[in-house]
Ligand binder design. Structure first.
Ligand SMILES: NC(=O)C1=CN([C@@H]2O[C@H](COP(=O)(O)OP(=O)(O)OC[C@H]3O[C@@H](n4cnc5c(N)ncnc54)[C@H](O)[C@@H]3O)[C@@H](O)[C@H]2O)C=CC1
Ligand SMILES: O=C(O)[C@H](O)CS(=O)(=O)O
Length: 484
């Protein structure tokens, strides 16, 4: 059991219509600590019936919630944000226990999660319509924006708090109600957030959290015509499936899917800055984010200089349990993730890559730890360059020309985040405009915040989250034509 200041935040039941509920068949599923592989909790395994009850509760809560002025909805979100920040230490402890990230990163994520609540509390008051100059003297034309209705959100384990508020905040600010299905690896953070939402005064049914078997819950959410919108963050494979399942009811979709971020360093880059940016991008959350550098392209003129400096810094990163304040890289989420990373590294070495540092799991620890790894002389055809590793592995690929690296960077079905380091303004614009990605970090490895549009193109997804664009994902545009 965790030593929480507020033990009431440790919830193991689902939230339906303002009531904490166990599964009707009393089934549960286990949650484990990835740093120790130890059992952490047993959480209600809710199924189709409970999911339908949550959809019904969200539909029942919708009329009153959407009728509230945006100001009133925003005030609830701001109270919720303050509660997240007041309870940050407990929330971070819960998150590190079930997800593994270093406690400092977990505290940072709670601030990141709260920032979406604050941002959309304001954005909800700016869902402006428009008056359109009429083509006819006896007509007046205008538009207004209205909440889409009952929404569903299916969220990942890598950001167990922020990926929930990045969806729930705009939905509620817009006047929608929502059912959240968190990842089975990290339900405790979601349930703690829901407890604080209750304390913030969200009316029953506005926010519902369903924990349990993903496929059953997902099938129920996507099949229901009452659910008008689905927002998903996770793998492209599951995003594709949810898209198919949503087709019969023509749901509005937001999909934040996989990535394969190129990190490009030109000869004219500030090499020290590029090394720092690459370390931050690559090893954040142990490499388990969809915007992590996945392929590091380094121009031939500075390749050796960059490789030596980058590997030296990577080798000094402290790996260990997230509860240790000295830890910089925590465990991977589970055994499958560890095995995928090992596969990518061994395949690259078999194909001629050279190990500069890392390349092994930490046998001393019971959890899913892998040493920060740097592979030089990697090539674009290696599995670690073709697939999203989602782990602390950095393949360094040498390139010679701008044209060559743009072609290699764009040779992917993914198009989420990309990065380039150069001190030439002309080159920055040439390359940024040529990269087929939704986001481009220029001379920085950290691009995520609540004010900018987060999202990708191609098979990295649909729509944008955060920014003033994010609330449009939860609104419908209505056209009024007034005959005079
Ligand atoms: N875009 C992102 O932020 C993330 C991308 N990923 C990618 O996905 C890969 C696998 O990671 P996972 O956590 O297994 O991602 P996943 O896509 O399997 O899981 C994400 C969410 O989808 C749910 N889910 C899984 N199968 C479902 C189904 N049939 N119906 C409805 N919901 C379902 C999960 O319970 C979780 O809540 C990672 O290695 C990474 O490449 C994973 C997490 C986050
Ligand atoms: O930086 C972020 O917001 C995360 O990387 C989002 S993701 O990894 O879950 O896509």
């Amino acid at each position: 059991m965790l030593a929480l200041q507020d033990p009431a935040l440790f919830k193991t039941q689902g939230l339906i219509g303002g009531q904490w509920q166990t599964a009707r068949d009393q089934q549960t599923f286990a949650v484990f600590n990835p740093a120790t592989a130890a059992h952490l909790a047993d959480v209600a395994s809710l199924g189709a019936d409970e999911t339908m009850a949550a959809i019904t509760a969200a539909a029942a809560a919708l009329p009153a919630w959407r009728a509230l002025p945006a100001q009133a909805r925003g005030e609830r979100l701001q109270v919720w944000s303050r509660l997240l920040q007041q309870h940050a230490a407990d929330l971070a402890q819960i998150m590190t226990a079930e997800q593994g990230k270093p406690i400092a990163e977990a505290l940072g994520e709670i601030r990141y999660a709260a920032s979406f609540l604050d941002w959309f509390a304001e954005e909800g008051k700016r869902t402006y319509g428009e008056v359109i100059p009429s083509p006819a003297a006896d007509r007046r034309l205008l538009t207004l924006k209205q909440p889409i209705g009952v929404c569903a959100a299916i969220t990942p384990w890598n950001f167990p708090a922020a990926m929930i508020t990045r969806k729930v905040a705009p939905a509620l600010a817009a006047g929608c109600t929502i059912i959240v299905k968190p990842a089975e690896q990290t339900p405790l953070t979601a349930l703690a957030l829901a407890e604080l939402a209750q304390r913030a005064g969200l009316p029953p049914g506005v926010l519902n959290v369903i924990t349990g078997e993903a496929a059953v819950i997902g099938a129920t959410l996507t099949a229901s015509p009452l659910v008008r919108k689905l927002s998903f963050t996770g793998s492209t494979e599951i995003g594709r499936l949810l898209m198919q399942q949503s087709a019969p009811t023509i749901k509005k979709l937001s999909l934040e899917l996989g990535g394969n971020a190129p990190f490009i360093v030109f000869d004219d880059a500030d090499v020290a800055a590029a090394v720092q940016g690459a370390i931050q991008s690559k090893y954040r959350n142990a490499g388990q984010t969809c915007v992590c550098a996945n392929r590091l392209f380094v121009q031939a003129g500075i390749y050796d200089q960059f490789a030596e400096a980058f590997a030296a810094q990577a080798s000094r990163l402290r790996v260990g349990p997230g509860t240790d304040p000295q830890t910089q890289v925590g465990p991977l989420i589970d055994a499958a993730a560890l095995e995928k990373v090992e596969q990518h590294v061994s395949q690259a070495l078999d194909q001629g890559a050279q190990l500069m540092t890392g390349g092994h799991r930490l046998a001393t620890e019971a959890g899913y730890f892998y040493a920060p790894t740097v592979l030089r002389d990697a090539t674009p055809d290696m599995q670690c360059a073709r697939e999203e590793t989602f782990g602390p592995v950095a393949p360094l690929i040498r390139f010679h020309s701008e044209e060559e690296v743009i072609a290699w960077a764009n040779d992917s079905e993914y198009g989420l985040a990309s990065y380039l380091y150069s001190q030439s303004l002309a080159r920055v614009f040439r390359v940024a405009e040529a990269l087929e990605y939704g986001m481009v970090g220029v001379n920085t490895g950290l691009i995520s915040n609540e004010v900018a549009p987060f999202g990708g193109i191609k098979q990295s997804g649909l729509g944008r989250e955060g920014s003033h664009h994010g609330i449009d994902e939860y609104l419908e545009l209505k056209y009024l034509c007034l005959g005079l």
